[in-house]
Design a binder for this molecule. Sequence first.
Ligand SMILES: [Zn+2]
Ligand SMILES: [Zn+2]
Length: 347
Amino acid sequence: MIAIVKTTPGPGHVELRDMPEPAPADHQVKLEISHCGICGTDLHVFHDTFPNFPPVILGHEFVGRVIEEGAAVRGRVDRSGRYAVLGATAVTCGRCRYCRSGDFMFCLDRRGMGHGVHGAFTRYACVRPDQLFRLDDNVPEEDGALVEPLAAAVHAVTEMTVVRPGDIALVSGPGPIGLLCLLVLVHQGIQTIVAGTTADGRRLALAREFGAARVVDVETNNLQDAVGAETGGTGVDVAFEVAGVAASAAACLDALRPLGRYTQVGHFGRHITVPFDRIGFRQLHVRGSVGYTAATWDRTLRLIARGLKPSRIVTHRLPLERWHEGFELFERKEAVKVLLSASSASS
Ligand SMILES: [Zn+2]
Ligand SMILES: [Zn+2]
């Protein structure tokens, strides 16, 4: 089967390769993958700025059907179902305090699909049944490929941050996770300002389409003026930093009212300088958000079943063979979410 493989350590070294078709171990099921989304993490693995274990098949945001079960899989897995797959728990120790509390993201032994073990930019993958999350039968299959990034947004907005009806929110950074945070906030009826740069033009247009109360290009407009106009001069109640950019973090701290809540979702990848005193003087609540728990996935699937449609951020659909084009479209911010598919070609 063809697959997008990180072949050896170091920057680059990603290519389309023929890989042996996997057979499920006794405790695994084999999936036929229908769609897998390109994520910032895939680009980080490409550039070698995220830990990876080559040779490894990339891709972790995927949906598929079960076509085979290992001998020890108990209870039949419904083959008519389409399943989103929690690839992040491919390898965990199962014994540490974080595994025991459900916060497997912090397990030191954890290896996720697409960088730690083989992922889903190919046709077949083998996983444990507990990694499967069944899509509601009425939900389009593409939405299943968006469960993983949407779960990260659901975790940030609804689990790690107190957001109350009547609050005004700021999302700084309209990439895939930022736009999914916006979809969750709008779904909850929260008035939301979305900030980005001129290069984010297409993404800001989508934010407007998704129901942002106001979108701000911070290179051509003053964000703090826009926040003042939207909030009657008080500042926002909650701010999500999703860009992973120092200036964006500083702008979020600036935009918050006293006692406001700041949640760090983006990754800077280096040390940054921000006016930390604002946190003290305004008595801000600052939290971080990374990944999700299995319970977040259950809630995310329920939100999708009830009409939240994460596939609205999909801008491109490409066959696996055109992966490089997809990576470049994403890197240049021309695309928001690119779905790759090993089956029929389309664009
Ligand atoms: Zn991802
Ligand atoms: Zn553990």
